[in-house]
Design a protein around this ligand. Structure first.
Ligand SMILES: [Zn+2]
Length: 383
């Protein structure tokens, strides 16, 4: 049967504002039935084999005698196939993006009250806490985000890198400049400082990973403080009692024993709990202050003048003051105690404690360097 001009006109493509013809709507519904990649692939292959409703409709319509009608239907087929391809491409992009977002694990800072119990450490810091991030890569990426731990992480990361730099410079001096014995004595101090700052950096970075990882690294963090104190004693006792073998051995042995005791206590499970914060501060202040005994010993036997010139007593006192004030700020949680919610990101007690620890470690480095220079230029032991 011949087709009239009106019928031919109806076969022309409608303008974009008009609803899609039934055959295209059928095709779109057909497409939406496929969500995963396999089905997409099937859909594509079916379309290419001419098994889809669109292809059937095209076959029926191409049976019409009018050449115009055939051209229009073919145009619609091509148009819909291109549309189909674009939709597939778009779906692939959306899938790819959602995979990327999944990997990036986008997270937002949370309020203290939304933290799980094992992460609730300081109630005076209200907002800007990281949520639990049970992936090491997410924890390390969080270094570059702003939250309550950002300052803690960066202070000890930069401090650790600074000490690695100083230690590398010092230990690679030619032996004509610094001999092996001096290098070993200083290496004990560098090792203590680098371990302390490095373990602290690691703890603050992964403390939000999980309860197990948080507790494990908090123990390593406390062990690091013990290593720093032990490492700080070694050069001071070595140069302070340079010509006296017995006191030197006794004080170094006592330091080692006290350090091992501090490490043992640090490994105790309950030691890391918030309730034991004053005990932690007390233990490390006590360990640090045990250095007063060899200092008093030196003062009594050698006098103030020698102590000031030969043992850099000024640096020692300044170092002690910095460590103790840092530990007290940490224990009392000052200043956030007086400004709850105002020091969430910057200037809270733990951050100040970190800065004071680095300052104290550098003051000590300066002090032991002065002692070494004095001993190496004037210190000939009388037999
Ligand atoms: Zn810390």
């Amino acid at each position: 049967m011949a087709t009239t001009a009106a019928e031919e006109q109806q076969l022309l493509l409608p303008p974009p504002s008009e609803p899609a013809p039934a055959v295209i709507r059928d095709q779109l519904e057909y497409e939406e039935a496929f969500d995963d990649e396999e089905e997409d692939a099937n859909s594509e292959s079916e379309a290419s084999r001419g098994e889809s409703p669109l292809a059937e409709a095209a076959q029926e319509t191409t049976g019409l005698t009018s050449a115009n009608a055939s051209t229009n239907v073919l145009a619609r087929v091509v148009h819909t196939l291109l549309h189909l391809k674009r939709r597939h491409r778009l779906r692939r992009v959306v899938r790819q993006l959602s995979r990327l977002l999944k990997h990036a694990k986008v997270w937002e800072c949370v309020h203290f009250s939304h933290l799980p119990a094992w992460m609730q450490d300081n109630e005076f810091l209200h907002r800007w806490h990281r949520p639990p991030l049970p992936s090491f890569s997410a924890c390390f990426k969080s270094i570059f985000r702003v939250h309550t731990e950002t300052g803690n992480i960066w202070t000890h990361l930069l401090g650790c890198l600074a000490f690695i730099g100083v230690a590398t410079y010092f230990l690679t001096r030619p032996s004509i400049e610094v001999d092996m014995q001096e290098k070993l004595v200083f290496a004990a101090f560098f090792a203590g400082a680098i371990l302390c700052l490095g373990m602290s950096f690691a703890f603050h970075t992964v403390s939000c990973h999980s309860e197990f990882v948080g507790k494990l690294f908090s123990k390593l963090d406390y062990c690091g403080i013990a290593f720093l104190i032990m490492g700080s004693f070694v050069p001071w006792v070595y140069y302070g009692f340079y010509c006296e073998f017995l006191p030197k051995v006794i004080y170094l042995t006592v330091t080692l024993v006290l350090g091992l005791c501090a490490i043992t206590v640090s490994l105790w499970d309950k030691f890391g709990e918030p309730a034991y914060r004053p005990l932690r501060a007390g233990l490390f202040i006590g360990f640090g202050l045990s250095g007063v005994i060899p200092a008093l010993h030196y003062l009594c036997t050698e006098g103030w003048v020698k102590a000031a010139t030969e043992t850099a007593m000024g640096s020692l006192v300044l170092m002690g003051a910095l460590y103790i004030s840092g530990a007290l700020l940490y224990a009392w949680r000052v200043p956030e105690r007086f400004f709850p919610g105002k020091c969430d990101v910057w200037f809270h007690s733990h951050q100040l404690f970190h800065v004071l620890v680095i300052a104290a470690a550098f003051v000590h480095y300066r002090g032991i360097s002065e002692m070494a220079v004095y001993r190496l230029t004037n210190g000939v032991c009388s037999v």
